[in-house]
Design a binder for this molecule. Structure first.
Ligand SMILES: Cc1cc2nc3c(=O)[nH]c(=O)nc-3n(C[C@H](O)[C@H](O)[C@H](O)COP(=O)(O)OP(=O)(O)OC[C@H]3O[C@@H](n4cnc5c(N)ncnc54)[C@H](O)[C@@H]3O)c2cc1C
Length: 407
């Protein structure tokens, strides 16, 4: 078994932000004060939300200059940390469709320790901070982030976490699967940053394992043939349905939601080009795009046959491929022995998950000491990477303070 002071689960933007601080890249203000030493509990007690305090330093409201931050980073001694994750740095961005664009500007996706401006300079790129950014550039930025800050030696990819336990002595034991081998790790502090989609939702109908059924979408070339059925209704399935339609496929798009909800998403997303295109497709009543609202799949059969319920009647269609894009959930099953409390965070489109109840000054679980929630998984985070990145300073600051106290 390999032991480390801190283990971070997940190499997405949430895990990377915490790792950078633990590696020793600490934020300082202009007076030379190490901001990880701030007493964040005092901030909280005085009515200042600690996450908002750090967010304001990274993204000052006055925006001067746009995208800059008020931190100066200096290298300190590292603490003993590793990341375990099934993906490379960049998290779920490794697996989104090839041409996927973000919903907000590049600036919102930035991790403060390595500003995108600096990335542009180092790599002779010209990512516009105010514009949405594509998958290729974003992933390259997160990968260079890990390289530049020398995190890569401590990031263990291809580890699928299969179980977590807490021992009597307070240590966590983590079991992972690495190339079919079971591995065991232990740590004093655990950062749970496995992202909002660590378990794919399943339809739970007969025949879901047939070869013509896919649980992810990358690019049109992966789907030869003319007829494609897409099951979903959120932004990911909208992306797949539109890109395939525009590449000449005939689409049957099955969703549970009412037409008015889908149309509202389209209306409220007109700031994005691909939703402008949705408005066009729907207005033109395109014959190659059949959208079945308030419908659900009943079963998949041999010979590529899909049975679904629409208007209280069972109907069938045939497709060369089916793509199921019905989102995912955080894998809290991994923590099921720890008796955690969760906060329900649901809105129309973005937040659709349970968040771990955490102390707002540290993002440590209110139920289990030394367990921290990263990214959207912590109660109190906001939308987008801009909404959760500041939480990484609360987590790393708290862990570093505890380590110093114990030495
Ligand atoms: C199509 C799409 C578009 C999006 N657009 C935006 C946007 O514009 N702006 C924005 O801010 N956010 C957007 N998001 C949200 C996205 O969740 C965040 O950008 C960000 O990736 C979340 O970071 P994270 O580190 O919390 O989680 P993730 O990026 O999900 O990283 C967690 C990592 O942990 C891994 N993991 C999960 N379970 C296990 C396990 N059992 N064992 C090992 N590893 C595991 C995951 O595979 C992943 O690599 C989008 C998401 C999708 C799917």
């Amino acid at each position: 078994m390999s032991h480390h002071e801190v283990i971070i689960l997940g190499a997405g933007p949430a895990g990377l932000g915490v790792a950078a601080s633990l590696e020793g890249w600490h934020p300082y203000d202009n007076n030379g004060k190490n901001l990880l030493n701030i007493n964040t509990k005092n901030l909280s007690d005085n009515g200042v939300r600690p996450i908002a305090h750090f967010r304001e330093l990274h993204h000052p409201k006055d925006n001067t200059p746009y995208g800059s931050n008020k931190f100066n980073f200096k290298k300190n001694k590292r603490v003993d940390w590793i990341i375990l994750s099934d993906d490379a740095p960049g998290g779920l961005w490794n697996n989104v469709p090839e041409n996927q664009l973000t919903l907000g500007p590049a600036n919102w996706m930035e991790l403060s320790q390595y500003p995108i401006k600096q990335y542009n300079y180092d790599n002779k790129t010209d990512i516009n901070l105010k514009e949405i950014i594509n998958k290729k550039n974003l992933l390259s930025y997160y990968q260079k982030f890990s390289e530049k800050l020398k995190l890569n030696d401590y990031i263990h990819s291809n580890h699928k976490i299969i179980s977590i336990q807490k021992k009597q002595n307070g240590e966590f034991i983590i079991y992972s699967k690495f190339r079919n081998l079971k591995k065991e790790f232990s740590c004093r502090y655990l950062v749970f940053a496995l992202g909002p989609k660590s378990i794919k939702r399943q339809l739970g109908v007969t025949g879901e394992n047939f070869d013509y059924i896919n649980n992810s979408y990358t690019k049109p070339e992966d789907f030869p043939g003319k007829n494609i059925t897409i099951i979903g209704g959120g932004r990911s399935s909208d992306w797949a349905a539109q890109e395939l339609f525009d590449s000449g496929k005939k689409i049957t798009y099955i969703m549970r939601q009412k037409e008015k909800n889908h149309l509202r998403l389209i209306r409220e997303s007109q700031f994005l080009d691909y939703y402008k295109r949705w408005h066009e497709i729907i207005s033109n009543k395109e014959k190659n795009m059949t959208i079945l609202y308030e419908s659900k799949v009943i079963r998949f059969s041999k010979n590529n046959q899909i049975t679904y319920e629409n208007n209280f009647k069972n109907q069938t269609t045939k497709s060369d491929h089916v793509i199921i894009e019905i989102g995912g959930l955080p894998n809290y099953d991994l923590l099921k022995n720890l008796n955690l409390e969760f906060h329900k965070k649901y809105d129309n489109y973005r937040f659709q998950l349970l968040q771990m109840k955490v102390h707002q000054h540290s993002f440590e679980s209110i139920n289990v000491s030394n367990l921290y929630a990263g990214g959207y998984l912590a109660q109190g985070t906001g939308l987008s990477v801009i909404g959760f990145h500041a939480g990484s300073f609360l987590i790393s600051g708290d862990i570093i303070k505890k380590i110093h106290k114990n030495n």
